[in-house]
Design a protein around this ligand. Structure first.
Ligand code: ANZ
Ligand code: ZN
Length: 848
């Protein structure tokens, strides 16, 4: 900025130095609990529940946190200024493996490690001015919290929604633990690199599949991004098909053979089923192949493949590739196709999963890519039974309908062929008829299947909420009585042991007797819960986070749920959101929540990347909020984040300019302090009428435009418009205006900017002489009369054809308008005007 280096009074203009006032304001807002919503305000009916995904406390905040919190806080501050009562809590998702790893690798105490990280993150959040309710802070690792996580488990247990069964799990020998699919990378443990194997283990599950239909059907009612809904829909994976009964072909030809049921979504392709595949774990495979050495070798190889790899083979939507080779074993018997009566070969192959459908399939290589790949690999027949409607040859390049020359499966629409009486029907019609015909013969049953599995919640780890169950030799699984909760973690765990420190603790699990029969032989369950259980209900706990009488206040849950707005990363689009939805529905069914859903609206912000790549410590391209803060302060960091893009888009830090944001805020600062100095010096001259009118109009226009953009959450254009208003103020002052219109414009600018840059606006607001906080001001209202244009342009037509345009004063009457129109086209009339049609403010049509 080139204008004036000194105030009108001759003093040096004070530079914008955010770090000279931000820390003090931040501390005050925090210490005075300015943004706390008292518990008795819970009863408010106009309440807005603004929820943001709570952070995991590993190290300090990263740029992703700064982005989400900046978006979220802007939303919240704007809502408050528009008069809403906002519940804006924060907490920490504080259980989990990293603390345990720190304990194992560096001898840290997991609790100390966790709370130290929380303290660091909290300090950063305070410094950055995020207006959370510091009275409602929770940490999921606090006994006062996990007591109720355990209570939640018991609710589900009591409802029959928590159960134990044996399941093949991803097992890491190195960490001695079960891994979630996401923790298996290229078949190895994400943390230690050990090859992951499948191992049967007794595990706790939550019966989320009971809610599969509802979880799916309610999606349209949610104001969520389509892509997130699609991810959930695919994860639930509902499909309609039929279970069809096949039989084993017995060598003597006479015996009836054993029944084996398959699940298929395409019963219409039954005539194209040229072979049969069992999951390797299918009981019939073991029964028939038991001692076969090839079978042993095969099973050994299969067990080394992780669930995730097998899913990849199973999921036809994933790209085809060399690593998708399917492992198969020809079995020592055949099957009979119930439609054709043909004897078809039976295989076991790892692309068929035991826990989906029935664990066995009819393979239709012409129309299923997985089967096609396997058929080509094994040299099996490919028989076309669906022909494209347009009569084109499959694979067009002259392949004909010959399965032998197809290069990939055909999964499109078409007519049924090679299928006896069904030939010529649309495949959907065939699907219905074949299903009905087989049903009539007792060979099929229409069924619905889901990809969704029950939620495996047990972890053989120790920095988590212990599962509140006691195993008694006489009574079985017995719930820990509620008044004995929490089942506390011992504080003398040895993290150097192999396996679960909790299970290896010498006394912990034995220090208990059966609550039901008193047996001293009872032991505690030594598993802890998946941390997704902790985060599946924290938004309920915020309603009264320190209560020791209830997990949450049921009445108030009725008022606050579903949360009006949830902001967070798309990485949680599936599991966390699905689990929270399930828990709310299950609790609703116990009368503990009224809502059907936890989160009505969802905003998934983009990622912060650098030069097109994701940031990471290992790549050495990590920008941390702390650095930006040290140089520029919190407002610049926040403003930069929001100016970079609309909230949903990624931010490439290589393209943004904290320097540019700093420059603009410096200009706002200078304009304000100069104005204040002028007023104090009695130099507040109004300026010319034109300058004043132009500035007042720019101010009103900014209020209208910016308010709309806030509602639409287009914070980047909010900032752009405020930059324009800043320029309008600058123009006015350069033109000699220094009076009330400038003050109004500056105060409006600051008020409109307050949700984004809370510090500079608060500081200047107080320097402008206000004693109350800018954040408690109500939202500015525009004087819209200033925005009415004083002239309008009218279209002039002759005989309905446009012949010219003319401007008339706004609100001009018919006569004036008509006269102006006639004058404009006088030389084009060429005759007497017979009729005049006037559409006020728009057009005049002269008919000659
Ligand atoms: C014959 C067929 C023909 C199939 C065709 C598909 C296309 P979705 O839609 O995901 O539910 N399938 C069934 N159980 C399976 C298992 N345990 N492991 C691997 N694959 C299995 O998938 C259903 C289809 O996946 C079923 O329909 C079956 O293949 C296969 F042109 O049967 B289909
Ligand atoms: Zn007992």
């Amino acid at each position: 900025m080139s204008d004036g280096q000194a105030t009108p009074t001759g003093d040096e203009v004070e530079r914008y130095d955010p770090l000279s006032f931000e820390p003090e304001l931040a501390a005050r807002w925090h210490d005075e609990r300015v943004y706390s919503l008292p518990l008795d305000a819970n009863t408010q009916t106009d309440g807005f529940y603004a929820l943001t995904m709570f952070p995991y406390p590993s190290g300090d905040l990263h740029m992703g946190h700064a982005e989400i919190f900046s978006i979220h806080d802007t939303l919240v501050r704007h809502l408050r200024m528009t008069g809403r009562t906002v519940l804006n809590p924060i907490g920490w998702d504080a259980f989990g493996l990293p603390a345990e790893n720190a304990a194992r690798n560096r001898g840290a105490d997991p609790a100390k490690w966790t709370y130290a990280n929380i303290a660091e993150q909290r300090a950063t959040i305070v410094r950055l001015g995020y207006s959370f309710d510091w009275d409602r802070v929770l940490h999921t690792c606090d006994p006062e919290y996990y007591r109720w996580t355990q209570w939640l488990f018991l609710q589900l247990f009591d409802a029959g929604l928590a159960y134990r069964r044996g399941a093949a799990v991803n097992w890491c020998e190195g960490c001695q633990t079960v891994l979630a699919n996401e923790q298996v990378v290229d078949g190895a443990c994400e943390r230690c690199g050990t090859v992951v194997v499948r191992k049967p283990l007794t595990q706790w599950f939550f019966r989320i599949t009971d809610y599969a239909d509802e979880l799916l059907d309610a999606l349209p009612s949610l104001d969520w991004p389509e892509r997130v809904k699609t991810l959930q829909r695919n994860w639930i994976g509902r499909s309609e098909g039929a279970e069809v009964t096949f039989r084993t072909a017995e060598p003597d030809g006479g015996a009836a053979g054993e029944e084996v049921v398959v699940y298929t979504t395409r019963p219409d392709t039954l005539y194209g089923a040229t072979y049969f595949v069992f999951s390797p774990e299918h009981p019939l495979v073991a029964a028939r192949m038991g001692d076969d050495p090839d079978y042993r070798v095969f099973m050994d190889a299969v067990s080394r493949k992780s669930e995730i790899e097998r899913q990849a083979g199973f999921d036809s939507s994933l790209e085809k590739g060399a690593n998708r080779a399917k492992r198969g074993l020809r079995l020592n018997f055949d099957m009979i196709n119930p439609a054709t009566g043909e004897v078809i070969p039976a295989y076991a192959a790892d692309y068929v999963l035991m826990d989906y459908g029935t664990g066995a399939i009819m393979a239709v290589p012409a129309h299923d890519q997985r089967d096609f790949d396997f058929a080509r690999q094994e040299g099996l027949e490919v028989r076309v039974v669906v022909a494209p409607d347009d009569g084109s040859d499959l694979g067009s390049g002259g392949h004909g309908r010959d399965g032998a020359t197809m290069t990939e499966a055909y999964a499109g629409d078409g007519r049924t062929v090679n299928s006896g009486d069904y030939d010529g029907l649309d495949w959907r019609e065939t699907k219905q008829r074949i299903t009905a015909d087989l049903e009539a013969r007792g060979l099929a049953k229409a069924t619905v299947n889901y990809r969704l599995r029950d939620w495996l919640i047990s972890r053989q780890r120790s920095w988590g909420a212990p599962i509140p169950i006691i195993h008694c030799p006489a009574c079985g699984e017995v719930a820990v009585p509620e008044d004995q909760l929490p089942v506390r973690l011992p504080d003398d765990l040895d993290f150097q042991v192999t396996g679960s420190p909790l299970a290896m603790h010498p006394t912990w699990k034995h220090d208990v007797s059966c609550p039901s029969c008193g047996s001293q032989d009872a032991v505690r369950d030594t598993d802890t819960m998946d941390t997704f259980v902790d985060s599946s209900w924290y938004f309920l706990r915020y309603l009264d986070p320190h209560s020791d009488t209830a997990a949450w206040p049921v009445d108030e849950a009725g008022r606050w749920l579903p949360a009006d707005q949830y902001t967070g990363g798309v990485e949680h689009a599936v599991l966390h959101l699905l689990y929270a939805r399930f828990v709310v529905k299950a609790m609703r069914d116990r009368g503990l929540v009224q809502a059907d859903e936890p989160f009505q609206a969802l905003l998934s912000q983009g990622q912060v990347i650098l030069g097109g790549a994701s940031m990471s410590k290992s790549k050495g391209n990590l920008v941390v909020p702390g650095e930006v803060y040290e140089t520029y302060g919190a407002d610049v960091l926040r403003g930069t984040m929001l100016f970079a893009s609309p909230p949903e888009d990624d931010i490439d830090w290589a393209d943004v300019s904290p320097g540019g944001m700093h420059k603009w805020l410096s200009r706002v600062w200078r304009l304000s302090v100069e104005h204040i100095a002028r007023e104090e010096a009695g130099l507040g001259r109004p300026g010319t009428d034109d300058a004043v009118a132009a500035l007042r109009k720019a101010t009103a226009a900014a209020i209208v435009g910016v308010s709309e953009d806030y509602e639409a959450r287009k914070y980047n254009t909010v900032i752009a418009k405020l930059m324009s208003l800043t320029n309008a103020v600058l123009d006015a002052t350069r033109g000699g205006a220094h009076g009330p219109a400038v003050r109004d414009a500056l105060e409006t600018l600051l008020t409109l900017l307050a949700p984004i840059c809370p510090f500079i606006t608060e500081e200047l607001w107080s320097r402008l002489g206000h004693t109350d906080s800018i954040h408690r001001q109500s939202w500015p209202q525009a004087d819209t009369s200033l925005l009415v244009e004083d002239e309008v342009t009218i279209v002039v037509q002759v005989n309905g054809k446009v012949r010219g345009r003319v401007t008339v004063p706004t609100g001009a009457d018919q006569q004036v308008t008509e006269a102006a129109a006639r004058a404009t086209v006088a030389d084009q009339l060429g005759g007497e005007v017979r009729k005049v049609i006037v559409v006020p403010g728009k057009l005049v049509n002269l008919v000659v």
